[in-house]
Write a protein that binds this ligand. Structure first.
Ligand code: OGA
Ligand code: NI
Length: 349
């Protein structure tokens, strides 16, 4: 790969971005959810989650209830799928109308990522606005695209996603409690959730000086539940100073990160961190994020509990479905225009 396709080229300032670990490296907290079984420890777990959401926007969980063999089955079947010849994989290729299935040209902020992915909606069919036009309230149904081979990829993904979704609701409740809100405060936002499961496959790349496996971004989600294999490479930018820290692989742990919705709902109390993946020169890497999305008709705006005369709303509200639909366009091509980011929704004071 000496002649790296120019679409992968990353701006040098992103590659050489501050990547020094301070003298006493801190780490993204690993929280053992089995502690919730001890009534005396529940409040501590909730506080630790709240602290992690505020400081990092990232934490890891162990004993989370997602069975290890369910996850291994996704990894195993996904490997078989990605090993297929390209002409087989493109039979379930993503297109601009239905962005699900196989894809190898994802763009983050208009720079191509060095990876291939397979996506499936949690709800099949999924309900989405037909257009980005705010006046147009027509809806479309989108269906999953499953490959013929491996024939058990569908079952493996569906089973894993059911467990991940259950964990997502559990985390949502814990996060609500950490904010001093009733535990079901956010539930109504998910009646027609647009969540999806992704499998990322990062091939090795001998030129870490030129590109990143996944370019720096914030997830446009409520929260992400990510299973990463043992190879490593995921890094998170610390809220206080932007220094990049590794999110180290912990066996059977799941990485949890806050998305834009939480940052906006809490009017910046909780943080949605930028993260990226550096390339590995010799080993391929797999990761499986479950992106927990609200329903298409949800207006994402600072919740009244976080707004007061002293703390006015810092964001304009937006319609989730329309925002998602407009982001889809930017995933497909190197747009000349700036891709919409959460900071674009900040109210300028
Ligand atoms: C993502 C992502 C990180 C990883 O898919 O949004 O940030 O470790 N993935 O693959
Ligand atoms: Ni991400």
């Amino acid at each position: 790969m000496e002649d790296l396709d120019p679409t992968y080229l990353q701006a040098p300032e992103h590659i050489s971005a501050p990547n020094v670990l301070p003298n006493q490296p801190e780490e993204v907290n690993v929280i053992d959810l089995s502690r919730l079984e001890d009534p005396e420890d529940v409040q501590n777990v909730i506080s630790e989650i709240g602290e992690a959401c505020e400081k990092w926007g990232f934490f890891q969980v162990i004993n989370h209830g997602v069975p290890c063999d369910t996850r291994q089955r996704v990894e195993k079947t996904a490997k078989k799928f990605f090993d297929l010849p390209m002409e087989e994989k493109v039979k379930v290729k993503r297109d601009e109308k239905n962005p699900v299935g196989y894809h190898d040209g994802e763009h983050t902020k208009s720079v191509r990522d060095l990876k291939e992915v397979f996506d499936s909606y949690f709800k099949d069919p999924m309900v989405i606005p037909s257009s980005t036009d705010l006046e147009d309230d027509s809806l479309s149904l989108l269906y999953n695209k499953w490959p013929q081979f491996p024939s058990d990829l569908r079952e493996a993904c569906e089973e894993y996603a059911r467990h991940a979704e259950k964990l997502a609701f559990k985390l949502l409740e814990l996060i609500s409690l950490s904010l001093g809100l009733p535990k079901e405060r956010f539930h109504d936002f998910f009646k027609e959730q647009m969540s999806f499961l992704r499998i990322n496959h990062y091939p090795p790349c001998p030129r870490p000086d030129l590109t990143l496996a996944h370019n720096p971004h914030k997830d446009i989600v409520v929260l992400t539940i990510l299973a990463q294999d043992e190879v490593g490479g995921l890094q998170v930018s610390r809220r206080s100073d932007g220094v990049w820290f590794p999110v180290k692989p912990v066996p059977n742990a799941l990485v949890i990160n806050m998305g834009n919705c939480f940052e906006i709902w809490t009017n910046d109390k909780y943080w949605s961190a930028e993260h990226r993946v550096v390339v590995n020169t010799t080993r391929e890497r797999y990761s499986i994020p479950f992106f927990f999305f609200p329903s298409h008709d949800v207006e994402v705006k600072p919740l009244e509990e976080f707004v007061s005369p002293e703390n006015p709303p810092r964001y304009k509200g937006y319609n989730w479905g329309k925002f998602f639909a407009s982001r889809l366009r930017s995933m497909f091509q190197k747009l000349d225009t700036h891709t919409i980011q959460v900071d674009d929704l900040k109210v300028i004071t």
